[in-house]
Structure formats: structure tokens, C-alpha cells
Design a protein around this ligand. Structure first.
Ligand code: IMP
Length: 175
């Protein structure tokens, strides 16, 4: 990858907004009366989570975990580490995991297993972006926003070596 190449827009901000509203409508229909616990996987989810919850007009709680699977750069190490776990009880709660992107699927699979062990009343997963071409394990994602091609994406929370998270659009880096 040429690290100097400017990121190219793949999904502009207005399309992201529309998709967030669509996902929020589906989540509202399913969770309105359940006081769910939304658990975001940092850091990539921070922008999506912020936009999503502003569209959810019912009582809910928010927590974050921090996981890492990428070393430096654009290739997943294939090994998921829980950098920061949860400090709140999950048992008996309706839990919705909020992910920015499901790529190999290893992170979501790991997180769902970690949460399942804590006996939530229900456990589902929502992702804004899905990159199915790179899946390495079977994962059940209940709410999927936009399918994206096998390209390394940045912006709207996604990074490359911690850069570009602040871009308002979802962009790709030229190889
Ligand atoms: P997975 O475990 O391979 O599914 O990847 C999940 C995590 O890797 C996501 O939450 C992102 O933080 C990161 N990731 C996966 N694909 C991309 C990408 O194209 N750009 C930036 N980060 C990515």
C-alpha cells in the first residue's frame, strides 16, 4: 500500500447517515421496551455508535470494550485480544453488540463468545459494514448495514495505523 496516497471516497456521509437511520429503525422496532445494553467494540465503532444512539429514542445503556486484532497496518494478525473488558454485569440484560465492520469475523465471534459466557437475556450483533469476501469463520450478524468490497477502508472511525478515523466519509486506500 502506498501510505501517501489520498483516501478515495467509497461511501459518502449522506449514504452513511441514511443507512444508520435504517438500522436504527430496525433496532427500535426490536428493542424499544427492553432497556438494552449496547456494547461497542472500540475504537472503530465510536462514530457509528454516536450516530446510531442519537437515532434510538428509547431508554438504553452504553458500554464499550476494546479489542485488537490488527497489528500495525492493514493485515489482521488473526489473533483477537481483549484489551479492555466490561465492568458492568451482563447477566439477564438484552445485549446488542455494535461493530464498525465485520471483516474476517474473528473479532465478533470472540466478543459474542465472551458475552455469551456472562449469560445475557439475549445477545445480538449489529455492524455498519460487512466485508464478506474476507470471512474466516461463521458469525451470525443480526443487523447488517452496507456490504463493502475487499478493500482496506478508513474514515468514519476506521483507521490505518491510527490515521484517518476523523474522515467524515468511508474511504478506501489505494494499494
Ligand atoms: P475482523 O476481526 O477481521 O472481522 O475485524 C474486525 C475489526 O478489524 C474491526 O472492528 C476494525 O476495527 C478492523 N478492520 C477490519 N477491516 C478493516 C478495514 O478495512 N479498515 C480498518 N479497520 C478494519
Amino acid at each position: 500500500m502506498n501510505a501517501q496516497a489520498a483516501p478515495q471516497v467509497l461511501i459518502p456521509r449522506n449514504e452513511i447517515d441514511a443507512e444508520v437511520r435504517t438500522l436504527a429503525a430496525r433496532i427500535t422496532a426490536d428493542y424499544r421496551d427492553t432497556n438494552p445494553l449496547l456494547i461497542g467494540a472500540l475504537k472503530g465503532c465510536f462514530m457509528f455508535m454516536a450516530d446510531l444512539v442519537r437515532c434510538l429514542e428509547f431508554p438504553l445503556e452504553i458500554e464499550f470494550v476494546r479489542l485488537s486484532s490488527y497489528g500495525d497496518g492493514t493485515e489482521s494478525s488473526g489473533k483477537v485480544n481483549l484489551v479492555q473488558g466490561l465492568n458492568v454485569p451482563v447477566e439477564g440484560r438484552h445485549v446488542l453488540v455494535v461493530e464498525d465492520i465485520v471483516d474476517t469475523g474473528l473479532t465478533v465471534a470472540f466478543l459474542l463468545e465472551y458475552l455469551k459466557e456472562q449469560r445475557p437475556a439475549s445477545l445480538k450483533c449489529c455492524t455498519l459494514l460487512d466485508k464478506p469476501a474476507r470471512r474466516q469463520c461463521e458469525v451470525c450478524v443480526d443487523y447488517i448495514g452496507l456490504e463493502v468490497p475487499d478493500r482496506f477502508l478508513v474514515g468514519y472511525g476506521l483507521d490505518c495505523d491510527e490515521r484517518y478515523r476523523n474522515l467524515p466519509d468511508i474511504c478506501y486506500l489505494e494499494k
